[in-house]
Each structure stands twice: as C-alpha cells, then as structure tokens.
Design a protein around this ligand. Structure first.
Ligand code: ATP
Length: 204
C-alpha cells in the first residue's frame, strides 16, 4: 500500500462507543473508513463479488430485486463451515482492497479505520496504531440493550462470541475507557487527536 498518512485502527466490542468516538473524530475533520460499511458495499447489487457469490451458491442467494439474500446465506454458512470459508476467501480480500483504496484517498492529516473485527480480521496490519474503545461488560450490556431494544441475554451472547476484553486491551496501543459521559469520551478523543496529529507530523 502506498501510504501517505498515519492510519489509526479504532476498535471495541459491541456497544463500546466506536461510532460515538468516530463521529466525534469526523467533526475534527478526520477521514473515517468504516469496515462494516465496506463489507456491505463489496456485495452491493451488480458488484463483481456478488456475481461470484451467485455463481457459487446459485440463484437462491439473490433476492428478486437483485440484492444479496443475507438471511439465506447466513443460514447456509451457519450449517456448513466449508461454505463459510469459501465465502470469506472471496469477501475478505475484496473488503481489504476497498479499505486500502479508501485509506489511500483519505486527505486528513491522519485517518481512522473503524472495525469491530480489527484484530480478528488482521485489518490491524493496515494501521500504524490501534485505539481501543473499552468498556466493562456491564456497561456494554446496558447501552447496547437500550440502543437496540434487545434483551440483555441476546447482547450477552454476542459479547461472549467476541474477542475477550482482556485480549483486546493487550493488543491495543491506545485505550480510551468509555465508562462515564459522552463529554468525557470526546475529551479523551481530543487528547488522542492531538497526539495523532503530532505523530502524523513527525512521520512526514
Ligand atoms: P456496535 O459495535 O454495536 O456498532 P459501537 O461500538 O459503535 O457499537 P455506539 O453505537 O457508539 O457503539 O454506542 C452504543 C450506545 O451507547 C449508543 O446508543 C451510544 O449513544 C451510547 N454511548 C456511547 N458512549 C456513551 C457514553 N459515554 N455515555 C452514554 N452513552 C454512550
């Protein structure tokens, strides 16, 4: 990747505050690349990846409007790990290529890649530093259940399926503990913003 600027990888568990943090960095003029949005975009109607998926799984994987039948596909790969591997072998490189391209187009002094699976997917290899938005599980449960109107049992099951908090803390370069107010979160983001600006400047 022909890298021009410093890239920060921002991650955290479900409901940790990744969006709240990245929205704030955006207001500071920082270009944000969201891995979840990219993952959706690479299988958009008419894309090469979607065509590839249709050729492999057949017409059932496409809805009448030409878009991906996510529910059908989810069930298929849930039942068959080999199909999951095949799907990932097609989607992961496409996602990575699109992320690299978007990061290369970023025009702010540094840019941020937001990814819930930053470490799990190896996307941290694309970044210079990693920033973890960290919260205790009890806060994750409370905020996510409230936001999504889900039961705490559903959220708890998702938390258990994700990388353990301790492991994320060990892997991250920088950590923001987001267990108080949004104002506090923004204040801590601002401090890191100044630090990243300086690092980006020193890197030139
Ligand atoms: P997901 O992984 O599910 O996309 P996320 O990490 O992007 O979640 P957010 O959506 O930013 O998390 O935050 C989860 C919820 O908690 C949102 O409703 C958000 O407004 C709220 N929230 C985040 N930080 C705080 C805070 N410091 N104080 C109060 N509410 C907060």
């Amino acid at each position: 990747m022909s890298k021009k600027t410093l890239i920060v990888g921002l991650t955290g568990g479900i409901g940790s505050g990744k969006t709240a943090a990245s929205d704030y960095f955006k207001t500071l003029g920082i270009c944000i690349v969201d891995a979840d949005i990219v993952a959706r975009d690479v299988v958009e109607t008419g894309s090469e990846t979607l065509l590839n998926i249709e050729q492999h799984f057949g017409p059932s994987v496409i809805l009448d409007d030409g878009s991906l039948n996510r529910a059908w596909l989810r069930q298929k790969i849930f039942e068959n790990p080999e199909e999951r591997h095949w799907l990932e072998s097609v989607t992961h490189p496409a996602i990575r290529a699109r992320i690299v391209s978007l990061l290369e187009q970023a025009s702010s002094p540094y840019s941020i890649l937001v990814s819930p699976l930053l470490f799990e997917s190896g996307q941290d290899e694309l970044t210079d530093r990693t920033l973890l938005i960290d919260v205790p599980e009890s806060v994750q449960l409370e905020r996510t259940a409230k936001r999504d109107n889900n039961s705490t049992e559903q959220v708890d099951a998702i938390i258990k399926a994700q990388m353990p908090r301790r492991e994320r803390q060990q892997r991250a370069d920088d950590i923001i503990l987001n267990d108080t107010t949004l104002e506090q979160l923004q204040q801590k983001c601002l401090e890191y913003h100044q630090y990243y600006l300086k690092s980006a400047n020193d890197q030139e």
